[in-house]
Design a protein around this ligand. Structure first.
Ligand code: PLP
Length: 349
């Protein structure tokens, strides 16, 4: 049976070029990264920092670890941080900010990641009030996963940064899929990231590396992040073997490839819209397509039927199904998926 895996861009595997480069490396390109001596990791960190437009960067094992070390580096236990209510940090990182960082979390609602600035202002604690915890950090997510891979515009990011500065907050960007945002907006990634104090992005999603994320910011933040990474057990030794994939992933050609995923996502969304069934297809900015079932059929029931037909997807709520396009998914796969999804939705709805 043909399988089309649209659950996530985390299922991607490295390209032949990545393998080639990794296999060509000898021991001279490896060292103990905890001692700062792995030349390949050092090269990746320098390349990433330059691309993102920050003073320094650090290779970490995952996006979850990356977000956490950046939160820990810019806050103190007991601080309050502002997270969007559907953000990955709030809902899908096992509560680490509270458990490990001792942080108070306040969520804000949004229109696809875009906050109301009046509402945000109402969440800022009064510094003069002896009872209140200090507000210390604002977070955003771009692209926004659970809103359907939506892009938060540069103008909104700039306003968020100004808001943060005016209220003495640090501004953190969970940019797990920041290159999707850059390709979607057709701007250099640094035009987006320059508005944040700290940025995390993933190598292991659309960029299709097997493991790893990057955190970036000022030298001061990254020195702290390195220490917190060690505390969390994330100090890897000859990690150049993994960083090698990242060096190829950050080449312009590979970043531009994301456009292919965006085209496939749009094709899928158009196909789903043409069904004339009780579903709502959310707007598709990048590589994520969300459909909402408008009748009381559970997403899980549809997903189970889709799985049996070889189309793999995720339910992100009781009524919403998420499809993600990525490296390895072709236009033919998408046309086949549209056909299969149509058959199943017509049968079940
Ligand atoms: C927006 C966002 N942030 C962070 C992460 C965490 O990345 P990881 O799975 O590498 O821990 C994800 C993973 O899907 C994500 O979508």
């Amino acid at each position: 049976m043909k399988i089309v895996d649209l659950r996530s861009d985390t299922v991607t595997k490295p390209s032949p070029e990545m393998w080639e480069f990794m296999k060509s490396m000898g021991n001279s390109r490896l060292g103990d990264d905890v001692m700062g001596e792995d030349p390949t990791v050092n090269e990746l960190e320098e390349k990433a920092a330059k691309l993102i437009g920050k003073e320094a960067a650090l290779f970490v094992s995952s996006g979850t670890q990356g977000n956490l070390v950046l939160l820990l580096s810019q806050t103190r236990p007991g601080d309050e941080i502002l997270l969007e209510e559907l953000s990955h940090i709030y809902g899908h990182e096992v509560g680490s900010a509270a458990r490990i960082g001792g942080l108070m979390i306040r969520t804000y609602p949004s229109n696809k990641g875009v906050p109301s600035f009046d509402y945000l202002q109402s969440l800022i604690r009064d510094k003069e009030d002896i009872h209140e915890p200090p507000s210390s950090l604002l977070c955003t997510e771009n692209t926004h996963n659970y809103h359907g891979g939506t892009i938060i515009s540069i103008d909104v990011l700039k306003r968020m940064k100004d808001f943060a500065s005016n209220n003495n907050l640090k501004f953190h960007l969970d940019g797990a899929r920041i290159f999707n945002a850059a390709i979607g907006l057709n701007v250099p990634v640094s035009e987006i990231t320059k508005h944040a104090d700290s940025v995390m992005f993933c190598l292991s999603k659309g960029l299709s590396c097997p493991v790893g994320s990057i955190v970036a910011g000022s030298k001061e933040i990254i020195i702290k992040a390195r220490k917190f990474r060690k505390m969390l057990g994330g100090g890897m030794r000859q990690a150049g073997i993994l960083a090698a994939f990242g060096l190829i992933a950050l080449e312009p050609k590979w970043i531009k490839r994301l456009d292919e995923d965006h085209r496939n996502a749009k094709l899928l969304a158009q196909g789903l819209k043409s069904f004339n069934l009780p579903i709502r297809v959310h707007p598709t900015d990048t590589n994520i397509v969300i459909i909402e079932l408008l009748e009381k059929v559970r997403a899980l029931k549809i997903i189970t039927a889709l799985n049996k037909a070889g189309i793999l997807a995720f339910n992100i709520s009781k009524q919403k199904i998420r499809f993600v396009t990525h490296y390895g998914i072709t236009e033919d796969d998408i046309n086949y998926s549209i056909e299969q999804i149509g058959l199943i939705l017509r049968e079940k709805l």
